[in-house]
Design a binder for this molecule. Structure first.
Ligand code: HEM
Length: 322
């Protein structure tokens, strides 16, 4: 993973990031909106089916499926491969944990090899049969930037693989946390009568309980950050979750308050700022709006169950009912 976008420095990082362009600008989001709506409605039909029988698991029926359905449609990944990609992603993320065990690293290494095989074949397939799509655009961009075809394909594989896996568990966890925090009788009824606050509700969920709790960086040189001296090669754990709960930035931070208008670091900051933030918010906003319209009395019946992880949080189940 050290060769993927989030771990690169300038000038490689600048070059790769520029090659992708502004992935989710206004017009890209407009093009994707009908897809996200359609996929959200399809998954909510599945949820409604489960709810007819009583309790349903929101995480496996909706949260984990919407991000792969959206990114799959965007990148042209066939629906029959979506479950396989989710499985590989669940196994891969251990390599990015703070203190993975030897066996977790082995699971992660095997998943990384499977991801490489899958996404290398995806790039090769698109080269053989170009389409009018995002991936074909990246292939053209890298063919112009890198005369060595093998190196271009290696970069393309890393980019498409990383963008995909960066989009899945993160957004899935946001959708589950959003439902767990908002589908509570008082808040749900209030939001139903104030749908204009849906965006603010999503922002407060991101602040209160971000999907990624921290990121690790290594200092390239001796430096001082916020008055703290950091030696060259010193390891810095940036605690996004704690930062968003800093009372100097968000007074009374443990209170969940849709009206606070507070800031957060859920998508990081600076040159590595999340490339998919706008897409994740589009998915959350669309899903929440449709749920409020369709399920007047949705509420959680069992609290979210989390995978035992610290960096990439993952909700494995969340019981809901009507
Ligand atoms: C709620 C959902 C998401 C959260 C919480 C999230 C969070 C983050 C964070 C914390 C970073 C690191 C920023 C830094 O180092 O300063 C990041 C980077 C990144 N994210 Fe996201 N992300 C989400 C969704 C997505 C989606 C949907 C995509 C793609 C479609 C995506 C693609 C990326 C990429 C490519 C990077 C690396 C950017 C770089 O290093 O230049 N993310 N994200």
């Amino acid at each position: 993973m050290t060769g993927t976008l989030s771990r690169l420095n300038a000038p490689e990082h600048t070059c790769q990031r520029r090659s992708l362009g502004n992935l989710f600008d206004r017009s890209a989001l407009q093009r994707l909106t009908p897809t996200v709506r359609q996929e959200a409605d399809r998954l909510l039909d599945d949820l409604a089916e489960g709810l007819r029988r009583g309790e349903a698991d929101f995480a496996s029926i909706v949260s984990e499926r919407l991000p792969i359905a959206t990114v799959g449609a965007w990148l042209g990944i066939p629906p029959e491969d979506h479950s396989h990609i989710l499985e590989m992603t669940h196994d891969q993320v251990y390599a990015q944990e703070l203190l993975p065990t030897g066996s977790q690293l082995a699971v992660s290494a095997a998943a990384t090899a499977r991801l490489r095989a899958y996404f290398t074949a995806l790039v090769a397939g698109r080269r053989a049969e170009p389409r009018e799509d995002v991936l074909t655009g990246w292939i053209h961009a890298w063919d112009a930037l890198e005369p060595d075809r093998e190196r271009a394909d290696e970069t393309l594989y890393r980019l498409v693989m990383f963008v995909t896996i960066a989009a899945l568990e993160t957004t899935g966890t946001l959708l589950s946390s959003m439902t767990s925090l908002l589908a509570e009788p008082g808040r749900w009824a209030w939001l139903r009568s104030h749908p204009e606050h849906v965006d603010a509700a999503v922002e407060e969920v991101l602040r209160y309980d971000p999907p990624i709790h921290f990121n690790t960086r290594i200092a390239a040189r001796d430096t001082v950050l916020a008055g703290v001296p950091i030696p060259k090669d010193g390891m810095v754990h940036v605690l996004y979750g704690a930062a968003s709960h800093d009372p100097r930035r968000n007074p009374d931070p443990e209170t969940f308050d849709i009206g606070r208008g507070g800031g957060h670091l859920a998508f990081g900051s600076g040159v590595h700022y999340c490339l998919g933030a706008a897409l994740a918010k589009l998915e959350a906003r669309t899903l929440l709006t449709r749920m409020l319209e369709r399920f007047a009395t949705l509420h959680t019946v069992t609290p979210p169950v989390y995978a035992a992880r610290m960096v990439f949080r993952r909700v494995t189940s969340l019981g809901v009912a009507l």
